[in-house]
Ligand binder design. Structure first.
Ligand SMILES: *Cc1c(COP(=O)(O)O)cnc(C)c1O
Length: 223
């Protein structure tokens, strides 16, 4: 991809962000394109597969591109946690969707390289079968409370995450509903400091309007 194009796309997204943070989802792109985006000043990147994330993060490390901040956004399998914790400059996991995964992360946290890891709890607001995440606000709340009670953990209860429906007759209406559900869940948890990670290429404008703190945009930047 041409650097000018990339820069223009990033620029137009940034102009709409306000105080929100753009996580550029680089899963479709070879690492060279991710480096280009980095050289345009984009520092936060998201990946949904541990192996690919590890490869790209190691490459950045080897080139001394040390201001990069990696976000894991994919469904997490227990047998991948070890590798995930070896990723240099991993700052956040957006996709903790069950108590089981939370327990596994805590069990292995001594293997985490950094000093602090932001945890987002994923809520399945669209209830599509292929989506992961907590199915109810009650279950999610329990997990948040459990993590907050681990006072000495490097894992910090930092936010909530959701995705709008993929298949829907009216994707805008269902995205808005998903985003409102996530906000209501934050109220239900009772911690206004929790950040909201919501909005992708097709619905990030709606998400920003609903108060997203983090948007995760891929295709619009890299395709
Ligand atoms: C791929 C992905 C994105 C980005 O999707 P686009 O539609 O390409 O912007 C955001 N969040 C998650 C969890 C993803 O897997």
């Amino acid at each position: 991809m041409k650097k000018d194009d990339l820069e223009a796309r990033l620029q137009s997204l940034r102009s709409l962000l306000g105080p929100a943070t753009l996580v550029a989802v680089s899963k479709y792109s070879p690492v060279e394109d991710v480096v280009e985006a980095y050289s345009c000043g984009q520092l936060e990147f998201g990946e949904n597969r541990v192996s690919e994330l590890k490869e790209k993060a190691d490459y950045f490390q080897s080139k001394n591109l040390l201001n990069v901040r990696w976000h894991f956004i994919g469904t997490l399998q227990s047998n991948k946690i070890r590798d995930l914790f070896k990723v240099p400059n991993l700052v956040a996991i957006h996709s903790v969707g069950s108590m089981k995964v939370l327990h596994e992360l805590l069990k292995r946290e001594s293997e985490f390289q950094g000093s602090e890891l932001k945890i987002f709890f994923q809520l399945n607001t669209s209830h599509e079968a292929e989506k992961s995440g907590f199915e109810t606000a009650e279950e999610l709340k329990e997990a948040v409370i459990f993590l907050k009670a681990q006072k000495h953990s490097k894992l910090k209860a930092f936010g909530l995450m959701t995705m709008g429906a993929i298949r829907s007759d009216d994707f805008e209406a269902s995205a808005i509903k998903s985003f409102k559900d996530l906000k209501n869940t934050r109220d239900f948890v009772g911690d206004a400091a929790l950040k909201l990670s919501m909005g992708m290429s097709q619905d990030y404008l709606l998400a920003l309007k609903e108060g997203a703190d983090y948007i995760r945009v891929g295709s619009l930047i890299f395709k």
